[in-house]
Design a protein around this ligand. Sequence first.
Ligand code: BES
Ligand code: MN
Ligand code: ZN
Length: 499
Amino acid sequence: MIEMYVKAGQAHKQRDDAVVIPLLGGRKLSESGKLLQQETGKALPSFLRKQDVSGKFGESKTLYHVEGSLSSRIVLLGCGDEKLLTLHKLRMLSARVARELDAGGARDAVLYLSELSVRGASLADKVQAVAEGVWLGLYRFDKYQSSKEGQERRLRSVTVMIASRRDLDTAQAALDCARAVSAGTNFARDLGNEPGNVCTPEFLGEQAAALSHDKLNVTVMDKQAIEAAGFTALLAVNQGSAKEPRFIVLEYNGGSDDQAPLALVGKGLTFDAGGISIKPAAQMDEMKFDMCGSAAVLGVFKAVCELNLPVNLLGVIPSTENLLGSAAYKPGDIITSYKGVTIEVLNTDAEGRIILSDALAYAAEKKPAEIIDFATLTGACVIALGGQATGLIGTGEKLKSALKSSGEHTHDRVWELPMFEEYQEQIKSEIADIKNTGGREAGAITAACFLSRFVDDIPWAHLDVAGTAWDMKGSDIAAKGATGAGVRLVMDYLLKRNA
Ligand code: BES
Ligand code: MN
Ligand code: ZN
């Protein structure tokens, strides 16, 4: 990630490759722009009088070598109607402008975006959003492209400008927070984007173990240790794969000893072919992203370590491939899980809930204060919500409502689906305790019903990131591929829970 700074100072005095000035709808300049207009003689006013610039959202115009300005470029960035601005829009604007500056060859730039007023947002919120936009917007995954010609990063540093020196401490703290959250998000993206032949259960274990912090303890169980511990449901799904499974446990102890941890559980299915109930070939390549739940967990741990947060966290990641080797588990099989609950397998492609059953039961044994799980669990959730929101289902009412507001605040959004008692009927088995599919109706909900059998009475929120964890179209703040969904959401939740 590139360098970022915060600073207070006037626009015409900055000696950078580019100064980015917001231009509001109706060609209205913000405070920094008005001063710049005074200091640059006729150049800026005469440019603004021309009709080819409107200030509409997302438009940008670059002026070179404006007299009176010490920077070689002034970028007028259209921000639209100030009354309609949101933190999300600010984040999108800074992401877009960062990519444009980089493509245009600017090496350093200052951004006057956080002086805009955004309803309900503090200066810290705005600085954080602008900085996240830059770091998230510049992300790309190009390590496997041998020719980088014409694609070298030119932008080396970006400075978020604020109006008053008195707010520098606040702004610096917000920048540090954005750096950690962005690093966690981009780490989750990197893990998700790695192909299935590289990102194996073993690789996920190594990545977890490589997170290092004096308050963090990581245990990676191999197949033998998993057998000894009795994670039989994970082993059943692993039967069809030539690669060993892993069961990863992360313990971060930044809080007091008597404080029950928050448990984060993530589905680490490194490739989901569906098993014997094989998936269709179209887009099966995207099933390398089926470990994005675990990537979100690791992203949160990375950010928490960077911020050295005074919290206690427990992370649990069950990891395997779901393939169809000759020893593969089969429809009709009955698995006795770690918790002792028996599972009738009706479809080997509903494997996520099976491996999560052992992870959730293990997490619940540790008596955490709350459990949040992240999983690319169901196609049904993608049908229900598309890519616009993560599915939220669970029993922790306070937890869910806090996650909803963090979702709004970060635009890493969630939408709740109900888990009425009646849905549990759909996973009743004739021959075992539960079956692993609940029919076509309410598929995202019956998957959650299955998980609910393993969390005891601990307040729990399930995040189905099947629609949000990757995006093959790409957006302003996320390149095509893994998005890191869930990291910003849960980091905001953690920071507010702790405040
Ligand atoms: N990993 C998939 C869910 C998925 C599908 C995520 C498409 C993102 C895009 C999961 O393991 C799965 O296959 N679920 C099945 C469950 C069904 C067999 C009950 C599904 O949703 O089709
Ligand atoms: Mn599956
Ligand atoms: Zn899956």
